[in-house]
Design a protein around this ligand. Structure first.
Ligand SMILES: NC(=O)c1ccc[n+]([C@@H]2O[C@H](COP(=O)([O-])OP(=O)(O)OC[C@H]3O[C@@H](n4cnc5c(N)ncnc54)[C@H](O)[C@@H]3O)[C@@H](O)[C@H]2O)c1
Ligand SMILES: N/C(=C\C=C\C=O)C(=O)O
Length: 487
């Protein structure tokens, strides 16, 4: 590990070794706007080295038993857990999220990802069908695919990267991971644990840098047959184009414009705090965040009053403050993009009920140049407005009224995305009916973000292609073969 001007310089992790890079990028602390470390600006050369290392490691790793691989994953989980506090501090500083969220969600989930796939890899079975009358038996076998490219975004850095690394290596693949260049720190820290966990050199390689340089070199490499990508829809389009000539296996987890549908018989005491959280947790930078709230007309005024009151109680503070509910957004460019939506809403005649431009943000002098904004509620906004159609990915949510069940389903479905929805009602029949008709890969009813890792996770329409989870990830990270035996 080198230091330039007293700042940490991260290194690529290739073939079990930390390797310096010929050029570096600045990485910013979102809470101050200051550069706080340097990240390798890798390109084709580093991708070639990683492919070579991953290729060399594949025969040994893929021929180990699932039990042996499972033990390695368990050890890595234990080591991550032992470093939980250090990793949480680093994630919070690097990403801008609150230390509380990093401690209670991001890092525990990274640990759980390794534990979960260490266990689930032990329990898969294959299919078999008999054609006894003709004298044949058919069965399937699965084998790891090879070198997997794993590309992840900046919002839940270690959480989402490990959600890919764990199933990929559990199934016997070797991997080249590329975290977002904006949040590389915890991935690099995890590399320091690989050797102790017993991960053989070359099984996990991490190459840091930007999408256009290192990401494109990786996804277009002919020896990388599968790509698991989480990020934005425009990047997914580019990856699809680049990988198409090679017929690569693709898993795409993309954005959302997630509705919350609140019926007049909803329990508002539960619905309001959960909907504030689903709108603003992690600064609204979660693909599952609520950004369109449809409220039945008879309770609209009451809901709006209580929702705005609860939003104003949501504390924006420096990420290291354990009492803060929200920290800083990821970058200056992203903050400006989020603010531009609020400006557009104003120009269209919408009302901003609280937050940006309405209330005052109080920050210590050192954090005045950080990328903070208040949670913002917009109303009197048309369904056709860009604020109701496009993914903002920040602490901004729109609240609009509706009359009937049929109407709200049609309006909720009227966007290009289909990732997650919440439905709030005390009527179990209605909850089932509405959930079934929503074009959404995930529907949480009377709750939000309760995760069961066994079941499929992913989006419909432009929110993605494929699903992740115990069975789905196993199927993605393996190739199936059908064998017929004459007897
Ligand atoms: N569905 C999900 O599970 C999920 C989870 C988290 C985030 N997201 C989505 O991610 C987006 C926010 O993340 P982001 O801004 O980091 O997304 P992004 O698409 O800009 O970047 C994601 C990753 O792709 C890389 N990348 C960028 N251009 C590339 C290229 N041309 N070739 C290869 N790789 C490239 C980036 O460096 C980064 O590592 C939002 O749309 C959000 O909804 C989806
Ligand atoms: N992939 C998952 C969450 C994605 C969140 C997006 O920001 C998960 O919980 O498995």
């Amino acid at each position: 590990m080198a230091a330039k001007g007293g700042l940490l310089m991260l290194e690529n992790f290739i073939g079990g070794k930390f390797l310096p890079c010929s050029s570096y990028l600045d990485s910013y602390d979102p809470s101050t706007g200051e550069v706080y470390c340097h990240v390798p600006n890798s390109g084709k050369e580093e991708v070639e080295a990683a492919v070579e290392a991953a290729r060399a490691a594949f025969p040994g790793w893929s021929s180990r038993s699932p039990q042996e691989r499972s033990q390695v994953l368990q050890r890595l989980a234990d080591l991550l857990e032992q470093s939980l506090e250090e990793l949480a501090q680093a994630e919070s500083k690097d990403q801008g999220k609150t230390i509380t969220l990093a401690r209670t969600m991001d890092i525990p989930r990274a640990v759980q990802n390794f534990r979960f796939f260490a266990s689930s890899i032990l329990h898969h079975t294959s299919e078999c069908t008999q054609m006894d009358h003709l004298g044949y038996l058919h069965y399937t076998v699965r084998a790891p695919v090879g070198i997997a490219a794993l590309i992840s975004p900046w919002n839940l850095p270690l959480y989402l990267l490990t959600w890919k690394i764990a199933p990929a290596i559990a199934a016997g693949n070797t991997v080249i991971a590329k975290p977002s260049e904006l949040t590389s720190m915890t991935a690099w820290m995890m590399c320091r644990l690989m050797e102790k966990a017993g991960v053989p050199p070359g099984v996990v390689n991490i190459v840091f840098g930007t999408g256009p340089r290192v990401g494109e070199a990786l996804v277009s490499h002919p020896e990388v047959p599968l790509i698991s990508f989480t990020g934005s829809q425009p990047t997914a389009e580019r990856i699809t184009q680049l990988s198409a000539p090679h017929c690569k296996k693709l898993s795409l987890e993309l954005g959302g414009k997630n509705p919350a549908i609140i019926f007049e018989d909803a329990n508002l005491d539960e619905c309001i705090p959960t909907t504030v959280r689903s709108s603003f947790a992690n600064q609204g930078e979660i693909c599952l965040s609520t950004s369109r709230i449809f409220v039945q007309k008879s309770i609209y005024s009451e809901f709006l009053k209580r929702f705005v009151e609860a939003t104003r109680m949501w504390k924006v503070g420096i990420p290291s403050d354990p009492s803060a509910d929200m920290g800083a957004l990821i970058s200056k460019a992203h903050l400006e993009k989020v603010r531009s939506y609020i400006k557009k809403a104003r120009m269209e005649g919408a009302q901003i009920l609280c937050g940006e431009g309405v209330d005052k943000l109080n920050l210590p002098p050192r954090n005045q140049a950080g990328y903070f904004m208040l949670p913002t509620v917009i109303t009197d906004v048309k369904d056709e407005s860009c604020c109701m159609k496009e993914e903002i990915f920040g602490p901004v949510t729109c609240v609009v009224p509706f009359d009937s069940e049929e109407e709200v389903i049609q309006r909720a479905n009227s966007v290009k995305y289909g990732l997650a929805a919440t439905v709030w009602s005390g009527n179990v029949g209605r909850v089932h009916r509405v959930a079934k008709k929503l074009q959404s890969g995930l529907v949480w009813t009377n709750c939000w973000l309760i995760r069961e890792l066994n079941l499929p996770f992913g989006g419909m329409k432009r929110s993605g292609v494929g699903r992740e989870g115990a069975k789905d990830s196993y199927e993605f990270f393996t190739e199936v073969k059908t064998i017929t035996v004459k007897h």
